[in-house]
Design a protein around this ligand. Structure first.
Ligand code: HEC
Length: 170
């Protein structure tokens, strides 16, 4: 598609969303849909069968990217927001800034804290583009020992790409 052939900033302006829907807000108390529940939900929202939803997900690009262009929609954006709040925010912070007490813990044990999103990281997306997105997919899928857990066995590819998009939205 056109935006891949242009420079990232111009591509962002053209696509009006830099590669996906804008970051969503998680409704209070919402729980993520995992495994079969996710594919049943996607089947419903896409008007296909659960088996087709699984096959569609398996056919999406994985850790080598690039991010799927048309697969993400408002449903995946909402799911990413819910996943973020329920599975990631304890370490990474609801707004993408690790809470001070978490940073202090990592500092005390001389280990890498979760990085802060938004601000300078936005420039990273601008410069790093799909290569950076693919790297983030890989880290979410495979984890970063010893403290960042792997999610590849828990989440669909589409859910991981939606999380990468969510990070970009901070
Ligand atoms: C138990 C705490 C913890 C949880 C839960 C957690 N993370 Fe992390 N995450 C970390 C830490 C610590 C790092 C930094 C690891 C390092 O660089 O050594 C990290 C790194 C990352 C990175 C790599 C950033 C980079 O630029 O290298 C991404 C992406 C990420 N986490 C996303 C997520 C997502 C998405 C979730 C939820 C599905 C999540 N994390 C859940 C602790 C956590």
């Amino acid at each position: 598609m056109l935006r891949h052939t242009l420079n990232p900033l111009f591509g962002c302006l053209l696509a009006l969303g830099c590669g996906g829907p804008p970051q969503a807000t998680a409704p209070p108390g919402a729980e993520p849909k995992l495994g079969d529940a996710w594919f049943d939900f996607r089947a419903e929202t896409l008007g296909i069968t659960p088996a087709e939803a699984r096959a569609r997900d398996a056919a999406l690009p994985g850790a080598d990217g690039p991010p799927p262009e048309d697969a993400l929609d408002t449903h995946t954006a909402r799911e990413a927001a819910v996943l973020w709040m329920t599975r990631c925010a304890a370490c990474h912070g609801a707004k993408g800034e690790p809470p001070p007490e978490i940073e202090a813990q990592y500092e005390a044990s001389e280990q890498n804290p979760p990085r802060s999103w938004g601000g300078a990281a936005r420039m990273g997306f601008m410069m790093g583009g799909d290569k950076m997105r693919a790297g983030l997919f890989r880290k979410i899928e495979q984890g970063v020992a010893p403290n960042m857990p792997p999610w590849g066995a828990v989440l669909a590819r589409e859910q991981i790409w939606a999380l990468v998009r969510h990070l970009e939205g901070f």
